[in-house]
Design a protein around this ligand. Sequence first.
Ligand code: SF4
Length: 512
Amino acid sequence: MAQLSELELLKASRNPLRVIDDLYKEALEGIPLKDEYIGLLKWYGMYPHINKDGLEDKKYFMKRIKLVDARMNLEQLRVMSEIGQKYAKGLVDFTTRQNVQFHYIEIKDLPAIFDMLGSVNLTSRMASGDGPRPIMTCPVSGIDEGEIYDVQELLKTVDSYFDQNDDRFCNFPRKYKIGISGCKCHCAAHEIQDAAFTAFKTENGEVLFDLTIGGGLSKSKQIATRANKYVKPDQVLDVAVACAEIFRDNGNRDNRNKARVRHLLNDWGIEKFVEEIEKAIGYKLQDGFEARIVASYENRNHFGINKQKQTGFSYVGFATNSGRVAGEDFVKFYEICKKYNAGGIALTGTQNFIVYDVEDEVVQSLADEFKALGYPYKPNPFRARLQSCTGKEFCKFGITETKEYAKKVVVELEKRFPNFLEDVTIAISGCGNTCSHPQIADIGFVGCLMRHEGERVEGYEVLLGGNLEGTSNSRIARKIGLKVPATGVIEYIEKLINDYKKDNKGTSRFKD
Ligand code: SF4
């Protein structure tokens, strides 16, 4: 039998979610933070910053907060904006998994931060780590006029099942990412989840969820496989738990690079995977051979002012620049929402956000105030669709600085192409872990070091042609064998768009 790695031994030695108690106790006794604890802090969404030598810093941490239904109501928004200002040096990121990520968090401030989060029913438990991650969903569930099914209750049921049974779900071979969505745009990106439930309506009006398994990006990227099974709403919890336990018990614990659901799926094949699910839940799932989920990526957004299904209310979709929000802007988000008595904000999977439950009479004024702050509701494609990861500013894997650089790229492209309206998608990642999803972008950049004009400089490998459009038509972007120095990214994108404009006879999209 293969020997367990150091991390596996550590995970097996205690529930990582209980480590925080030991850590407080020792901190109170003046015992310095032990190295072994650092890796386990992920279960509370925490990752150490890196210092100027590129080594883990034990003073400051990134900290991710889980938003169970991608939302913060007004009180939660107030508390989160206070944390951003008081403890995170005013630096707030919206992630591609609909969570908020703070920076510069110190261990000594954790009790106060947990109290603040707890006072408004928020948590960072299982915001990261080797277990079920926060569930991807549609940010306008329950309010969008055209939605197929309101999944909010279902989502909370599945999340709280994992949370309340944490001893069973805290030690997986690696992370387990699921999506549950009833959105007509399919904005929760089921194609890249470990397991996803995507609603559709049958001809007779019944709501079913198409089950997909084994999607994911990073180095072992692949588009999810349809299980050819439909799941009824009241079966979703059973199947989500069964998939989780199958992965927990059979996933690879020897090699973390092969420890995702997709590796198990590739070893077993989809038929065996489904057989195991049905064995675990104790009943057969309905056959579903027809793919019903085909919305294209460019239509997967909720920007602009939109009527809610609740009469008299609207929601507004806004764009950030590359997912970073200044702490003082985050406070303003709360103040504007409070001024207009909005319900709160919800995060999208593209580092953007929605303000919901706004009365129709004031919705234009609210939208204009956010726009004046720098968050447009009719964004151009670059601001709407450029995603960037944390990068080497804070991430130990980072080869290039991404976030602040990406913001400059957006501003420059807006200047150079004020009238370019096609939904071009761009993603900039600081290393091959591809956290900003360059593999599903039209133009992707993956951080590397390269030689340029005799110097070793930060640069990017270029990927082209990624797209999400259902499990059959999605494309993983291809490396084209080109590296550009970081200083040349804007010019490279400019050339691509100019070439496209010159050659396009109006019959194809940039994406094609
Ligand atoms: Fe860090 Fe790399 Fe992920 Fe960027 S892509 S956040 S640098 S691990």
